[in-house]
Design a protein around this ligand. Structure first.
Ligand code: MEZ
Length: 535
């Protein structure tokens, strides 16, 4: 139920609803998109980026906040740790227990490797759990991995590493089969055929979903599998530095008990970074749809140990974050809402864009509406536009919302808004890190041997923008891939003498570059009381 200040605009939305349902807005041309992005997308705001002074990507730009963490002090000194006192000794050490980490663990374990997961919170406390709309795979007759590739390559501005994207789309049907067999309850019709829908930028309906809690359903299944297989999970314990061996190869990590701050040594033949995203960095002051632990830790750990980043200057602002009420500011409003028929409407009741443009274009278009065009709605904490959810019931029939997006319905209902009858207010929210550590097709970093990466901490799979549903897909495809390859590699590894000398080397580089800072990293958890280095 909206208060009086929204009523004038709401009446316009309601009056125009039938006409807006019938209206088919044109897609933007490539040039219109380019101009729009350059003027309104946060990635294009040069003043929000700093040039890295040290490390493998020296000279490249990244967001200010990430630069500060990448150039910060280590949380430890080499002398704080006795590397001979090995607490855990495994074949494959997996850092992170979201969808990518658990998929990697299942495959590494099944390949016969002695595998351990370490996580700073609990298994499943991750962005995977919060993913809503679905997972893409070209497994229908009118579709193909090649078509999936073309959609994703174009959507990512032709910047994806081709071999990674090819693996993503070719392994997608197998990923859905794997999840289905593990027990994920995908939406199916009465014949047992999976129901698929469109997402922004897709030319075929290939989004598989479990209502609007697809990620939670996938995470539930993977977590059960890890428990069933008896894979050890060390929780409430973070990795604060990677350990290399005397030959410069990844050989474990220094772990820190999050409560007691005790440091421990985990030695491993191979290491998989699966630490997830960075939404809690709140780049450019944006709210986020991300999990509390999304603080770019893996990028910091890998970078300090010498691994290269790719596209760390590009982020995804999900077009539809909740903008009202304040209690859910920034929470994800799944793209599925638009794929079911809801359109974006400005304060005058006008449809201002095609609802299924790619995310970067959609976000920029909403920002333009709320800034230069002055067609946003004042929410009390900023501007927003309407997402006309009652259209879904009119198009799909009564009951569609409850059947297809029940979690969304409940989230807004708990604040007195019935999305079957009233539209909702949205604005872009920081959702995904397009960039990350640079890997080859086996999942290993391109320049640190035996260091693998999977999930949102990887850069280059999607290019400079990601399509909906390709992230749940990449955590499965590249999580499994990293697990299989890390297990295989571990069979031929003899770990040399452990060392933390890369910390001193990095410090020397920082000093030579004149960097003076009190900041420490990885952040681990955000501190909303103002400490930029986290808790
Ligand atoms: O891939 C995503 O980010 C996704 C499915 C999000 C959503 O809108 O539901």
């Amino acid at each position: 139920m909206y208060s009086s200040e929204f009523q004038e605009s709401l009446k316009k939305v309601e009056a125009a609803r039938e006409a807006n349902i019938a209206y088919e807005p044109a897609r933007m041309t490539a040039q219109e998109k380019e101009e729009l992005l350059a003027a309104y997308h946060p990635d294009y705001k040069k003043s929000e980026f700093s040039t890295l002074k040290v490390g493998p990507n020296k000279g490249e730009v990244v967001p200010h906040e990430l630069c500060e963490l990448l150039e910060a002090n280590s949380r430890i000194k080499a002398s704080d740790v006795d590397l001979n006192d090995v607490k855990y000794d495994v074949d494959v050490l997996i850092i992170g227990a979201g969808g990518a980490g658990t998929s990697a663990a299942v495959e590494a374990h099944n390949a016969g490797a002695n595998t351990m997961i370490v996580t700073k919170l609990r298994m499943g406390d991750a962005n995977t759990m919060m993913a809503e709309g679905g997972i893409q795979a070209a497994d229908k007759e009118n579709d193909s991995p090649a078509t999936h590739f073309v959609d994703a390559f174009g959507g990512g501005h032709f910047a994806a590493k081709r071999e990674l994207l090819a693996k993503l789309v070719c392994d997608a049907p197998g990923a859905i089969k794997w999840l289905n067999e593990l027990g994920v309850e995908f939406d199916k019709d009465e014949n047992g055929t999976m129901i698929t829908t469109h997402g922004g930028g897709t030319s075929r309906k290939r989004m598989h979903a479990a209502k609007d809690y697809s990620g939670a359903e996938i995470m539930r299944t993977l977590r059960d599998e890890v428990i069933n297989l008896g894979i050890p999970v060390v929780d409430f314990t973070s990795a604060v530095e990677l350990i290399l061996d005397e030959n410069g190869k990844a050989a474990g990590a220094v772990l820190m008990n999050m409560e007691t701050k005790e440091l421990m040594v985990a030695r491993a033949k191979t290491v998989v970074i699966a630490t997830g995203g960075a939404g809690r960095m709140h780049y450019q002051g944006f709210p986020t749809s991300n999990h509390y632990g999304a603080t770019a830790d893996g990028l910091v750990l890998g970078y300090r140990a010498g691994a290269k980043l790719l596209y760390a200057d590009t982020l995804q602002y999900h077009p539809t974050g909740a903008a009202y009420p304040q209690q859910i500011f920034g929470a994800l409003v799944t793209e599925k809402v638009r794929s079911l028929g809801a359109k974006l409407i400005n304060c005058d009741g006008k449809v201002f864009m095609h609802p299924l443009e790619t995310r970067d274009v959609a976000a920029a278009s909403i920002i333009r509406e709320c800034s230069d065009r002055n067609s946003g709605i004042d929410t009390g904490s900023g501007k927003a536009v309407w997402l006309d959810t009652p259209m879904i019931e009119k198009i799909g029939g009564e009951g569609t919302i409850e059947k297809r997006i029940p979690a969304m319905m409940r989230m807004f209902a708990s604040y007195g808004i019935d999305i079957r009858k009233e539209p909702i207010l949205i604005y872009p929210t920081l959702h995904y890190q397009n960039g990350g550590l640079d890997i080859n097709v086996n999942g290993m970093t391109t320049n640190v041997e035996n260091l693998f990466v999977a999930g949102e901490a990887v850069g280059g799979i999607h290019g400079r923008n990601r399509l909906m549903g390709n992230s749940l897909l990449d955590i499965i495809v590249f999580g499994r891939n990293a697990g299989i390859n890390a297990a295989a590699a571990s069979k031929n590894v003899t770990v040399g003498k452990l060392t933390l000398s890369h910390i001193e080397k990095y410090d020397a580089e920082r000093e030579a570059a004149g960097i003076k800072t009190d900041a420490v990293s990885p952040m681990l958890l955000p501190d909303y009381r103002g400490n930029k280095s986290g808790i």
